[in-house]
Ligand binder design. Structure first.
Ligand code: UDP
Length: 249
């Protein structure tokens, strides 16, 4: 296994995959990809491939877990056994429980839970292929799937990681950068208000580096937000044009 010092993270001002420091990986978003779920989204972030499905709002079971004042959001992040280099042991583990909790907390502030007392809103995120940043891709996908399900929301949540590799602050770390770099900081935010709804950090950053990273993340979340919005609009425009074709208009 390579150690941090053995990797040339930055060469001629570019990163290991040729990106600039402030460059996102390619993003692809498809809305409404699953028939059974109330809302769904397929999200690609570079080599990450993620599927989100939403059910509800519907009656919460077991009843004793209901909240009389608002809906309960359940979030399950799961990595497929074939999503990583070594087979991932199926089932929940410490990491997936943590990511599920953080992702739920990242989305909670935008969901109008008070509209649905005693209800449950279930969000399932399946990581089909991973290359670091899966929790951010999962939050982005879940946010779009919630909107696709018609869950009333104040806004969308957008998410990206920033970090430090080869002494530089960079955006959207890939697996090599995440595993062998100096710091990794996933952030979720309501892009239009620059309100942070989740922030985690692995490694160390100085105050200046933190602020620089935050700025990069804010800009990138704006870009992601626009793509999420465009994907949602595209889906419903498409439905409308299909309907008008049926009507012969
Ligand atoms: N990873 C892996 N096996 C695991 C967990 C993670 O190979 O059991 C890889 C995977 O590519 C993941 C990356 O390590 O995307 C970084 O994981 P981290 O815990 O930082 O979460 P993420 O960046 O995916 O949100």
């Amino acid at each position: 296994m390579k150690k941090e010092g053995e990797i040339e993270f930055i060469k001629d001002g570019k990163r290991v995959d040729g990106r600039r420091f402030d460059e996102l990986r390619n993003i692809k978003i498809e809305v409404g990809v699953l028939k059974r779920a109330d809302g769904s989204c397929y999200f690609e972030l570079g080599d990450n491939k993620v599927l989100a499905a939403v059910y509800g709002p519907r009656e919460m079971h077991p009843r004793h877990a209901q909240d009389a004042k608002m809906a309960v959001v359940k979030f399950r992040y799961n990595m497929a056994p074939f999503s990583v280099d070594d087979r991932k042991r199926p089932g929940p583990d410490r990491r997936s429980v943590e990511i599920s909790k953080v992702s739920r907390e990242a989305l909670d502030p935008v969901i109008l839970r008070e509209y649905y007392p005693k209800a449950a809103i279930e969000v399932y995120v399946e990581i089909l292929q991973s290359d670091a940043g899966t929790r951010t891709a999962g939050i982005n996908a879940a946010s779009v799937a919630l909107a696709d399900a018609g869950v009333p929301m104040r806004d969308l949540v957008s998410s990206v990681a920033v970090g430090k590799v080869g002494g530089e602050i960079v955006l959207d770390l890939n697996a090599v950068e995440d595993n062998y770099g100096e710091a990794d900081m996933p952030i979720a935010m309501i892009a239009r208000r620059n309100t942070i709804t989740a922030l985690q950090m692995d490694g160390n950053l100085t105050k200046d580096e933190f602020e620089k990273g935050l700025k990069l993340a804010m800009k990138a979340c704006q870009q992601i937000y626009e793509l999420q919005r465009a994907a949602l609009i595209g889906r419903y425009n498409k439905d409308e044009s299909a309907k008008s074709k049926d009507r012969g208009t």
